[in-house]
Structure formats: structure tokens, C-alpha cells
Design a binder for this molecule. Structure first.
Ligand code: ADP
Length: 192
């Protein structure tokens, strides 16, 4: 099973990705977690991207694509993946398809976790993960989401493997809703 989770900062992508990974025995791959790990480990990628992550800007596409290629292909070969945080732009989605399609590892379903701005801001301020969770940077990340990722939702709109769920409900309910929707897709055979 190969899934994408798309949602604004604070929409609960990480939580839902973990639950899906556990339920379907697939690998959770978070672009944000991998990038933050590079920053912590002070790798050469980490040094290149720290300023972007701290400012709430997207890091360059080439960095993210290079970083994800191996883990995504490896996960696809061992049961599948749930990608959280990638793709975030139409360009990333197109580039990912070009890489994944010839290998037969392209995405089979995309979930949009829909949460209104005021709830996102409330959650992000409460979370206070670090330098990219200050009020100012949060506002900027939401702006980047509107500018770069909403067009991705529009690009995917109308595909039968793309659907939205209401992300304001408790995590368990959101999870069950996602599973119910996945069950309706012909690509999967999910028992009741
Ligand atoms: P959130 O969705 O809560 O903003 P993430 O953990 O997904 O958090 O991402 C944190 C940061 O990592 C982003 O603000 C951005 O700087 C960088 N990042 C993550 N994924 C991508 C991506 N696909 N393309 C570019 N930058 C990314």
C-alpha cells in the first residue's frame, strides 16, 4: 500500500501517518522528520537546509527528492509507504511521479487532512516543537501552505484516489474515516 498524507502544519499528518503505518504494516516516511534529523546531525544536507526549516520556508526540491528516493523505493519493496510532508508542491508531485512511475512505486491514494486555520494555529502554538513553532514562523508556514500546497490539492482534485477527511475530530475517528475511505478504493483489499 502506497499512500500520501497532505495537510497544513498542525493538521495531524504525523499522527495519522503513524497509525496507518502500524495498521497496514507499511513504512512511515516524514520529510520534516528526516530534514530535522539532518539538521541535528549537522550533515552537509543539514547545513544547507537549516535556514529554510527555521524560517518555515520549503527547502529546495532537489534536496528533498534526493533525500527521499532511496527510503521510498526501499519501503515500496517491503510492503509500502505512507509519505507525510511530501509532495508539498505541484513541481514535487510531478518530479516524484517521473521517478516513481517507471519503478512501479507511484502513489495509490492521497488523503487531505482538512483543518481550519484557527484550529491549526491553536495546535501549533500548543505544540511548540522548536524554532519553527514561534507565532511568527507559524503564520509564515501557513502562508507557504496556502501558496504552494493548496495548488497541489487542486492539481490532484478529481482523481478517484484522492479524498479529504475532516481533521478536526479526535485522532481515532480521523483514522477510522481514512480507513473507511481507503476500503472503497479498488486498489486495496482491506478486510472489515
Ligand atoms: P509541518 O507540516 O508541521 O510544517 P513538517 O515536519 O512536515 O512540518 O515540515 C517541517 C519543515 O521541513 C517545513 O517547514 C519545510 O521547511 C521542510 N519540509 C518538509 N517537507 C518538505 C518538502 N516536501 N519540501 C520542502 N520542504 C519541506
Amino acid at each position: 500500500m502506497r499512500l500520501l498524507l497532505i495537510g497544513a502544519p498542525g493538521s495531524g499528518k504525523g499522527t495519522q501517518a503513524e497509525r496507518l503505518a502500524e495498521r497496514f504494516n507499511i513504512t512511515h516516511i516524514s520529510s520534516g522528520d528526516l530534514l530535522r534529523q539532518h539538521v541535528r546531525d549537522q550533515t552537509s544536507i543539514g547545513q544547507t537546509i537549516k535556514a529554510y526549516v527555521d524560517a518555515g520556508d520549503l527547502v529546495p526540491d532537489s534536496v528533498v527528492l534526493d533525500m527521499l528516493r532511496k527510503p521510498v523505493v526501499a519501503a515500496a519493496e517491503s510492503g509500502g509507504y505512507v509519505l507525510d510532508g511530501f509532495p508539498r508542491t505541484v513541481d514535487q508531485a510531478k518530479a516524484a511521479f517521473e521517478v516513481a512511475h517507471p519503478l512501479g512505486v507511484e502513489v495509490q491514494a492521497a488523503v487531505h487532512l482538512d483543518v481550519p486555520d484557527e484550529e491549526l494555529i491553536r495546535r501549533l502554538l500548543a505544540r511548540g516543537r522548536g524554532s519553527d513553532d514561534s507565532a511568527e514562523v507559524i503564520a509564515h508556514r501557513l502562508q507557504v501552505y496556502r501558496e504552494k500546497t493548496i495548488p497541489l490539492l487542486e492539481y490532484y482534485a478529481g482523481r478517484e484516489w484522492m479524498f479529504a477527511v475532516d481533521g478536526t475530530r479526535p485522532p481515532g475517528q480521523v483514522h477510522e474515516d481514512i480507513v473507511t475511505r481507503l476500503r472503497k478504493l479498488a486498489a486495496f483489499d482491506i478486510p472489515d
